[in-house]
Design a protein around this ligand. Structure first.
Ligand SMILES: Cc1cc2nc3c(=O)[nH]c(=O)nc-3n(C[C@H](O)[C@H](O)[C@H](O)COP(=O)(O)OP(=O)(O)OC[C@H]3O[C@@H](n4cnc5c(N)ncnc54)[C@H](O)[C@@H]3O)c2cc1C
Length: 222
């Protein structure tokens, strides 16, 4: 019997899933490999980060999504290396898979522009773990503000800085404003819901390696 053309797809995000679905009726054998066994709907991640959705509400098991696709199998594994000459993928645990065609759809990473030590204190928003870490930081800050001795201390806990004013940054800022109003309805103490949102433009290159912002950024200059 003639062997089917083997397609390996690395990554079950939007790109990998779309590719797998397009191949549903193709005479090929598809293997989708992802380091997580679920598809994450990233556009709603800010709602997990701000507590209005739980992680399970934005994650769908990859096997479930592709269960009706008979030519496709889903495997859990993290790709570590691709040998394009031998047409072989190696996973972190040493397992190898040979392919005839390879689709790499492993997504992107947040860049800290050389300041990787910031990652620990200022998580990016690309995974469920990061979203829940941000949620913990935000909710903890509101709790600490609630038992602050002075208004100044409470203000410090309730000052959030979001770097990046694309869709995600804007959505996060809006959700923070909503949380603050929600908290003020429930609490009579320091969370008074009168929060202000200020936007500063920091020109590219103004954040120096080592963590110091440039003069203009410190002044909030434009
Ligand atoms: C917070 C947020 C909000 C967004 N909002 C919107 C929006 O409103 N509208 C919009 O159009 N776009 C939005 N985007 C962008 C959109 O989510 C991305 O463009 C899209 O997810 C990219 O798809 P992808 O398949 O390339 O990568 P991803 O969706 O990131 O998928 C990559 C997959 O690869 C897997 N993977 C990574 N490395 C490996 C490895 N070594 N081995 C195996 N598997 C691996 C990951 O587990 C993941 O499942 C948003 C993104 C974020 C982070």
């Amino acid at each position: 019997m003639e062997e089917k053309h083997r397609v390996i797809i690395l990554g079950g995000g939007f790109g990998g899933l779309a590719a797998a679905k397009k191949l549903k009726r193709a005479p090929v054998e598809v293997t989708l490999i992802d380091k997580r066994n679920f598809h994450l709907f990233q556009p709603l991640m800010y709602q997990v980060a701000t507590g209005s959705l739980s992680p399970g509400e934005i994650a769908a098991p990859l096997r479930g999504v592709l269960s009706r696709q008979q030519n496709t199998q889903v495997l859990l594994g993290e790709a570590a290396d691709v040998d394009p000459v031998a047409k072989r993928v190696t996973l972190c645990d040493g397992a190898t898979f040979e392919y005839d065609s390879l689709i790499v759809a492993t997504g992107s990473q947040t860049s800290y522009y050389g300041n990787d030590s910031w990652r620990e204190w200022a998580p990016s928003l690309k995974s469920v773990e990061e979203a829940t870490a941000i949620r913990h930081k935000i909710l903890y800050a509101f709790e600490r503000a609630e038992r602050s001795a002075t208004e100044e201390e409470a203000r410090a806990w309730l000052t959030f800085v979001i770097v990046g004013a694309g869709a995600t940054g804007m959505e996060l800022a809006g959700a923070l404003a909503e949380i603050s109003q929600d908290q003020s309805a429930r609490s009579a103490n320091h969370t008074d819901g009168r929060g202000a949102t200020r936007a500063w433009r920091v020109p590219r290159g103004f954040v120096r390696k080592g963590g110091e912002a440039g003069d203009s950024a410190r002044r909030g200059g434009r």
